[in-house]
Design a protein. Structure first.
Length: 128
């Protein structure tokens, strides 16, 4: 029951404008892994084949990502996005069956556009 209330609370924080604004402002600080997870969820939420329950999980996770009041404030060096990464990873695991190869490719391409990483290169967060 508490998890459902948390999801509802963060779902109310979600907006498409807020999502893109947070990514644009904090992409480099958050790191490429956080950005790619957020993009996968965002694109899955846009897919009409994704069921409502999965979209609810996604919107809750993205709402948590964009809300300024995290368990660990995003401005804390080195660990500020660890909680965001955990929430996004948990949501991805929950809705994994709706993260299609097309969604993965779209998210990877957008991440490459922002981070300048060549296709097939590991993300900066993945490099040691």
């Amino acid at each position: 029951m508490a998890a459902e209330q948390d999801n509802l609370q963060y779902s109310e924080q979600y907006s498409e404008e807020g999502f893109w604004s947070k990514l644009a402002e904090y992409a480099l600080a958050a790191g490429s892994q956080v950005v790619e997870y957020a993009l996968r969820l965002y694109y899955a939420a846009q897919d009409p084949r994704t069921p409502a329950w999965a979209k609810s999980v996604i919107v809750g996770a993205l709402g948590y990502f964009i809300t300024p009041l995290d368990a660990i404030p995003d401005l804390v060096p080195a660990v500020g996005y660890a909680d965001d990464l955990g929430v996004l990873a948990m949501a991805l695991g929950t809705v994994a069956m709706y993260i299609t190869p097309e969604i993965r490719a779209r998210a990877a391409q957008k991440k490459r556009d922002w981070f300048g990483e060549p296709a097939g290169a590991p993300g900066k967060a993945d490099r040691g």
